[in-house]
Design a protein around this ligand. Structure first.
Ligand code: SF4
Length: 265
């Protein structure tokens, strides 16, 4: 079996504990306005052209984004960093895109990781069937679970899908005592309002035992230039990045509610 991967990042320190190798699956059922990995959204390889300027001249470079890889090929890459993972208490993180959009391939990779004794994390939107969650949950040591908006109509507007499966699957994983880090992107004017923060805190409070950490991820506009390259519309023009003070205040709110909080992953 093969899976479509768009990047493998070594020495990752923001995708779970320790030093990790993060494998990025290509394809995501969501289309978040603020996505900083637009190259991970389409579930197909893409030919893109980048223009580099050098000494007043333009040089165009064509590249294919996305590569079909076998489990063995991915495991060979992962094994290159085994020593750093072991010494740092790290492991492997499967991210994207949405790794659960290629559930069978993800399951095979998790099985291979478990056979080779790697700590495993899955960074997911949670927008998938319960059947898919069940397939991988016992092979996953840690879930990095994205939570964006509690209001369903806003969720549909800004991500393209309802949050129903996302919330139900989160509650299910918490009830199964899975280890969970919540990943909350902080996006001014979209999800940092009182109502969304209060509803998020209420939900997390109801599953506090399972939530080991909350990672507050400040929105940044650094990926804006990528949208043109991938022929996608960038809808975030005019949305400001959150300031340091806002991030600190939010951190305090979540800490006061009893959570361990990190700014960034
Ligand atoms: S869920 Fe993540 S990868 Fe998918 S569109 Fe949203 S931000 Fe991008």
């Amino acid at each position: 079996m093969q899976g479509l991967i768009f990047d493998i990042k070594r020495y990752a320190v923001h995708d779970g504990p320790g030093i990790r190798t993060t494998v990025f699956f290509k394809g995501c059922p969501l289309h978040c306005w603020w996505c900083h990995n637009p190259e991970g959204i389409r579930k197909e390889t893409e030919e893109v052209v980048t223009v580099h300027k050098m000494e007043g001249k333009d040089y165009t470079v064509k590249e294919t984004v996305g590569r079909w890889m076998s489990v063995d090929e991915v495991m060979r890459e992962i094994n290159k960093e085994r020593i750093f993972m072991e010494e740092s208490g790290g492991g492997v993180t499967f991210s994207g895109g949405e790794p659960l959009w290629q559930t069978e391939f993800l399951e095979d990779l998790l099985l291979a990781c478990k056979r080779e004794d790697f700590h495993t994390a899955v960074d997911t939107t949670g927008h998938t069937s319960r059947q898919n969650i069940r397939k991988i949950m016992d092979l996953t040591d840690l879930f990095l679970y994205d939570l964006k908006l509690m209001d369903d109509s806003k969720h549909v507007k800004y991500t393209g899908v309802s949050n129903r499966y996302i919330l139900e699957n989160l509650e299910f994983l918490a009830a199964c005592d899975k280890r969970i880090y919540i990943r909350f992107p902080v996006i001014p004017t979209i999800n940092d309002d009182e109502e969304n923060i209060n509803r998020t805190l209420r939900l997390l409070g109801s599953m506090a035992k399972a939530v080991e950490e909350v990672d507050l991820l400040p929105y940044h506009a650094m990926a804006a230039h990528k949208y043109e390259k991938f022929h996608m519309e960038y809808k975030m023009g005019g949305v400001p990045e959150p300031g340091e003070q806002e991030m600190e205040q939010l951190k305090e709110r979540f800490e006061e509610a009893g959570f361990k909080v990190k700014i960034g992953g």
